[in-house]
Design a protein around this ligand. Structure first.
Ligand SMILES: Nc1ncnc2c1ncn2[C@@H]1O[C@H](COP(=O)(O)OP(=O)(O)OP(=O)(O)O)[C@@H](O)[C@H]1O
Length: 236
């Protein structure tokens, strides 16, 4: 399969401006590639920078140096230097983000929340609703909830609505931030199956999976975050 994501020599240091400009190096010189159909799991102890790297891949954090090339509509976009407009285009068509947390928008129904990414990609409403219904059913979100806004849903229900929303778009690259955290076994298995199906259709996946069994099932490779937090030199 073709390479979809190329991370080259990426480093990140947080500068805490409200704490005397303290510099907190998180990772240094990370390089990795992810091909279509492949899943790379970011691994390493708590605080080793997994979330920071994943957020950098999505353009949420600005690395200090290096490149994050994503294959976008036949070309390459470097998320490190891309302007905001290009980052938004990449997020609309190319890179999907699935986390355990739903950003609840008041008064918008569950079905509407789930279909939004697909509509933004230009899909037909009826087909989008059909696909959303399939996903919500697989994730055990009862149909009586679909017309309600998820603001009042339980944590687990919101999480499953968010996963349906994350998997509905036909993204060539998916970034998964602990998508199975705190799900019960049946729903965890449903998410594992969604990940396997995404890989089978050629999606390149990068994820953080604290659940060892899930990681072993879906990941083709582990990327070990190298620098131990305790070894990092924190300077002010
Ligand atoms: N926005 C931020 N500003 C300053 N420091 C941050 C910020 N986000 C993360 N950090 C620091 O960067 C380091 C790496 O955090 P990160 O959340 O990436 O680790 P992680 O490997 O995902 O941890 P966990 O497994 O516990 O979720 C931590 O020391 C954290 O305190």
């Amino acid at each position: 399969m073709d390479i979809q994501l190329r991370v080259e020599n990426v480093s990140k240091t947080f500068v805490l401006h409200n704490q005397n400009g303290t510099r907190l190096p998180v990772f240094h010189d990370i390089s990795l590639t992810v091909a279509g159909g492949e899943c790379v799991a970011l691994n390493g102890h708590s605080g080793s920078g997994k979330s920071t790297l994943l957020r950098s891949l999505y353009g949420n954090y600005q690395p200090d140096g290096g490149h994050i090339f994503v294959r976008h509509r036949g070309g390459w976009v470097d998320m490190v230097s891309a302007d905001a407009r290009d980052v938004l285009q990449v997020r609309r068509y190319t890179v999907g983000w699935v986390s355990q947390f739903l950003r609840v928008i008041p008064r918008i129904s569950t079905l509407e929340v789930v279909i939004q990414p697909l509509l933004e990609q230009g899909a037909d409403r009826q087909e989008s609703e059909h696909r959303a219904g399939e996903l919500l059913t697989r994730l055990n979100v009862p149909e009586r909830l679909w017309s309600l806004a998820p603001a009042t849903f339980s944590g687990g229900e919101q999480q499953r609505v968010n996963i349906a929303r994350g998997f509905i778009g036909d993204f060539p690259i998916l970034l998964l931030d602990e998508p199975t955290a705190s799900l019960d076994v049946a729903n965890r298995n449903a998410v594992v199956q969604l990940i396997q199906e995404a890989k089978a259709r050629g999606c390149a996946v990068v994820g953080i999976f604290h659940d060892e069994e899930v990681r072993q099932t879906v990941a083709d490779h582990d990327y070990m975050m190298a620098i131990a937090a305790t070894d990092r030199e924190v300077t002010a």
